[in-house]
Ligand binder design. Structure first.
Ligand SMILES: [Ca+2]
Ligand SMILES: [Ca+2]
Length: 251
């Protein structure tokens, strides 16, 4: 390869890197829950009571709401993704104004597992996503928000995330499933921020209240971990051993 070609390729790759950092983070919709989450809060009942839903909305002609959840890290780990679930109560659980729209996840360090006072929330990352297009997301789906290169979390510390639409538009409502009266998760609290009443509403400085106005309610949510370097090394050694064994078998 010519030196000039190599330089051109490196330059091109550098531009690809810059472009990638400016694009939206990865949001996927799936009918199945994420595998191997470190934090899992889902309603324990069978026959999922999907009527436990709460609007995440920023709509013209009505009041608006951000939704979030705090949780306690069960060990030291790097958070890879956060998942919430779209309610499947009826077709109204996901309305027409949400497709291809920008949805922002704000991640926070929180002082304790019972507070929802915004004064106790310290910003620890902002991620922008594009909601899936019509036809590629269904009610009942799990929405998984990848946290790019991950967020390092410390065992026993409390963290939180808040989801919010960036702009107000007609029918911009998706309903997220929560655990209703089940209060089995003590590691955090469901939170929401209500604002506006019609059209042209502007989101105020953070002022959270408890989810659904009721103590103990939590979103159905999951947090997954990036495999530790130690675990990756074990996998790497295993792969190397397998390759060596196959080569020896061919002789
Ligand atoms: Ca709780
Ligand atoms: Ca509004």
């Amino acid at each position: 390869m010519k030196k000039s070609t190599a330089i051109a390729m490196v330059t091109a790759l550098a531009f690809v890197g810059l472009a990638a950092s400016a694009t939206a983070s990865v949001l996927t919709a799936s009918p199945t829950a994420p595998s191997g989450p470190l934090v899992k809060v889902a309603h324990p009942n069978t026959g999922v009571p999907f009527t436990n839903e709460r609007d995440l909305r920023y709509r013209t002609g009505g009041a608006d709401r951000d939704l979030g959840q705090t949780f306690t890290a069960p060990e030291n780990f790097t958070a890879a993704s956060v998942t919430v679930r779209i309610s499947a109560n009826n077709a109204n659980s996901m309305q027409s104004g949400v497709y291809d729209q920008t949805l922002t996840l704000r991640f926070y360090n929180v002082t304790d597992a019972t507070t929802y006072d915004a004064a106790n929330f310290t910003p620890n990352g902002v991620y922008n996503y594009t909601f899936p297009s019509s036809g590629s997301v269904n009610i009942g789906d799990y929405l998984t928000f990848q946290l790019d290169s991950g967020i390092a979390l410390t065992s026993g510390n409390v963290y939180g995330f808040v989801l919010q639409w960036d702009t107000e538009a007609a029918n911009k409502i998706v309903k997220l499933h929560h655990n209703g009266a089940f209060t089995g998760y003590s590691g955090g609290v469901g939170i929401e921020q209500n604002f506006g009443s019609g059209t042209g509403d502007v989101r105020p400085a953070l002022a959270f209240t408890q989810l659904d106005g009721t103590a103990g309610r939590d979103l159905t949510f999951f947090v997954t971990a990036i495999p530790e370097p130690g675990a990756l090394a074990v996998i790497g050694v295993g792969l190397a051993a397998m390759i060596v064994r196959r080569r020896l078998q061919r002789r």
